[in-house]
Design a protein. Structure first.
Length: 282
């Protein structure tokens, strides 16, 4: 974007600065205004933790504040979207009893979704690079969603004794309808990539080696349009999400947090099929 005396850049985030700040879980590279963000842990599949969750909500805000970002590509590190969870980190979090600190357990899931939708005003493309049923919400919130053939959608909250309120089930209600979403919430059934495309959850299924090249090709096509056209079209694509989040998200996430408080329950990963458990049996 051309510099202009009417726009102050005194506090504008600079990619060289914030990519280092988030390097622990996000690898960032930008070319001609297209920012690719790759989630990772030690340059391998992302290991989900409360710390990662909090860093993401900060990252979405910073990315949105940088005027040099024109299109966002969100992906993760092969061979999984999110490989597993950091059980020790969650056990440490569950042991915290100070309510001032515990509030972060509500703040994280709420603001990570809100910041992705309200904080990022540029077209977004997700490239889901493999299995991993944790927080596929960020991929679905993107304007355009691509995936590999081995991706499956599954929400294990209910089977694990938790209310599925962290937005994933809510987004499915918006995408596939009440009955299908209700069945998926309570039966924790999974749907494969082809069904996800048939139901309108994702846009394209591509071989792994063609996934990111396709995402970049789409991003380059979007960049051919004037900046106002790109950004205002993105406003239209996110308007249904904003309406759904405003109407329903606080009820969803508060229901999950309240049920955990009533049961005094910790995170239960007993039923979580990490890293594609079917693959590990082979």
């Amino acid at each position: 974007m051309a510099k202009n005396k009417f726009f102050s850049t005194a506090a504008t985030p600079k990619l060289d600065d914030y990519k280092e700040h988030f390097a622990e879980c996000l690898m960032m590279e930008r070319k001609n205004g297209i920012l690719q963000v790759r989630m990772h842990t030690n340059n391998g599949p992302l290991k989900w933790s409360p710390q990662v969750h909090h860093m993401l909500l900060e990252a979405w805000s910073v990315i949105g504040l940088d005027p040099e970002n024109e299109v966002l590509i969100l992906t993760s590190t092969d061979p999984y979207w999110i490989g597993e969870v950091d059980r020790e980190a969650f056990a440490e979090w569950d042991a915290i009893t100070d309510p001032d600190l515990r509030y972060n357990g509500l703040y994280r899931p709420t603001k990570s979704v809100e910041n992705f939708i309200w904080g990022i005003d540029i077209p977004t493309i997700s490239a889901i690079n493999g299995p991993g049923n944790i927080h596929f919400n960020f991929a679905l919130l993107c304007d355009i969603t691509l995936c590999t053939p081995d991706f499956v959608i599954r929400d294990n909250h209910f089977e694990g004794g938790m209310v599925p309120g962290d937005s994933q089930a809510m987004l499915l209600q918006g995408l596939v309808g009440i009955k299908r979403a209700s069945y998926m919430m309570m039966m924790t059934d999974e749907i494969d990539a082809k069904t996800a495309m048939d139901w309108g959850i994702i846009n394209e299924i591509l071989p792994k080696d063609k996934l990111l090249p396709r995402a970049w090709k789409i991003a380059e096509k979007l960049m051919k349009q004037p900046r106002p056209v790109r950004r205002l079209t993105h406003q239209l694509t996110t308007r249904p999400w904003k309406r759904l989040i405003m109407d329903d998200f606080q009820v969803h996430i508060t229901s999950e947090m309240y049920s955990s408080a009533l049961l005094r329950s910790a995170h239960n990963f007993k039923f979580l099929k990490e890293r594609g458990s079917e693959e590990k049996k082979k």
